[in-house]
Design a protein around this ligand. Structure first.
Ligand code: CP
Ligand code: NVA
Length: 307
C-alpha cells in the first residue's frame, strides 16, 4: 500500500484500477485485523454540508488506527467567515497529517489540495463522492465474489454519487446502465471520461427507461432525487423522478440474486420504497458499515501505516 502514501483522493480516477483493488483487499483484511499508525496522526474533518456516515466512519476508523480527529466545523473556524481556502490550507497543513473536506465546488477541493502538502480526501462534493464508491465496490465484491463483469443499474439523478459510481464501475471492468429523466443525466464530460478509461470491455449505457436499465442487473442502486444544496427543487422533482423509483416490481426483471444499494440517507417512498430498503434484496446496512472499513484502508494507505 506504499504507493498511495501522501496522495490525495479528490476524484474516483485519482487511483488506478490496481490501486483500488489493493485498497479493497486491505479493507477486507482490516475487517479482521487491527493495525496502528506508526505514530499518532491527526485527521481534520472540514465539512460544509451535513453528514452522519462519512463523519462518524472516518472518525471511528481514525480512532481504531490509533489516531485523533479534529472537527473543523466551518461555522466556528475562520474559513467560514471568509478566510481564503489557500490560507486555511497552508495553515492546516502545518498542524494536521491528513484532511477530509466535504464541500460544494470541486474547485475548492482542488485549491485545498494544491495549497496543502498533506493528503486531501474528497468527503463529497457536488461532482463526486469517491469514498462512498470505495465502500460500494467493497460491498459488491463481498456479495458476488468479484467485481469484473458485474452489472450495475443506477436509477435516478445523474449526481455526485452517480458520477463516482460510473467511474468506479468502469475502472473495475463492471457494466453499468444509468437511467435518468431527461435533463438529469450525469455530466457529459464524466461519461466521456468513463468511456475512455473503461477496462475489460466494461459497458456503459445511458437510458431514460428504468425497466430496461434493471434487466438482468445484479445491483440496483439509487440515491436521493435532490442532493444537498438542491433542497428548493425537491418538491418539483418528485413527479419527474417517480418512474425511476426503486420498488419491488423492478426486481422481477433483475438477476434473481440482485441486491439493492443506496448510499443513504434515503427518502422512503420517493427514490426507494420501504419494502425494498427493508427487504431481502437490501444490503444498505452492510454498505454503510463498509464506509468505515474502506476509509480505514484509505487512511492507513495515505498515511503509510504498517500492517
Ligand atoms: N452516504 C453518505 O455520505 O452519508 P452522510 O451524508 O451521512 O455522510
Ligand atoms: N447525492 C447526495 C448524497 C448524500 C450522501 C447529496 O449530495 O446530498
Amino acid at each position: 500500500m506504499g504507493n498511495l502514501k501522501g496522495r490525495d483522493l479528490l476524484r474516483m480516477t485519482d487511483f488506478s484500477p490496481e490501486e483500488i483493488k489493493q485498497l479493497l483487499a486491505l479493507a477486507k483484511q482490516l475487517k479482521n485485523q487491527e493495525i496502528s499508525l506508526k505514530c499518532p496522526k491527526v485527521l481534520g474533518l472540514l465539512f460544509y454540508k451535513a453528514s452522519t456516515r462519512t463523519r462518524v466512519s472516518f472518525s471511528v476508523a481514525m480512532y481504531q488506527l490509533g489516531g485523533q480527529v479534529i472537527d473543523l466545523n466551518p461555522n466556528v473556524t475562520q474559513v467560514g467567515r471568509g478566510e481564503p481556502i489557500s490560507d486555511t490550507a497552508r495553515v492546516l497543513d502545518r498542524y494536521l497529517d491528513i484532511l477530509a473536506v466535504r464541500t460544494f465546488q470541486q474547485a475548492d477541493l482542488e485549491t485545498f489540495a494544491s495549497y496543502a502538502k498533506i493528503p486531501v480526501i474528497n468527503a463529497l462534493s457536488d461532482l463526486e463522492h469517491p469514498c462512498q464508491v470505495l465502500a460500494d465496490l467493497l460491498t459488491i465484491q463481498e456479495c458476488f465474489g468479484s467485481l469484473s463483469g458485474v452489472s450495475v443499474a443506477y436509477l435516478g439523478d445523474g449526481n455526485n454519487v452517480a458520477h463516482s459510481l460510473l467511474l468506479g464501475c468502469v475502472q473495475m471492468g463492471m457494466n453499468i446502465r444509468i437511467a435518468c429523466p431527461p435533463g438529469y443525466e450525469p455530466d457529459r464530460s464524466i461519461v466521456e471520461e468513463a468511456k475512455e478509461i473503461a477496462v475489460d470491455n466494461a459497458q456503459i449505457e445511458l437510458t431514460q427507461d428504468a425497466k430496461a436499465a434493471v434487466k438482468q442487473a445484479q445491483v440496483i442502486y439509487t440515491d436521493v432525487w435532490a442532493s444537498m444544496g438542491q433542497e428548493s427543487m425537491a418538491d418539483a422533482r418528485i413527479p419527474v423522478f417517480q418512474p425511476y423509483q426503486v420498488n419491488e416490481e423492478l426486481f422481477a426483471d433483475a438477476d434473481p440474486n440482485a441486491i439493492a444499494l443506496h448510499c443513504l440517507p434515503a427518502h422512503r417512498e420517493e427514490e426507494i420504497t420501504e419494502a425494498v430498503l427493508e427487504g431481502s434484496h437490501s444490503r444498505v446496512w452492510d454498505q454503510a458499515e463498509n464506509r468505515m472499513h474502506a476509509q480505514k484502508a484509505l487512511l492507513a494507505s495515505l498515511l503509510g501505516a504498517e500492517t
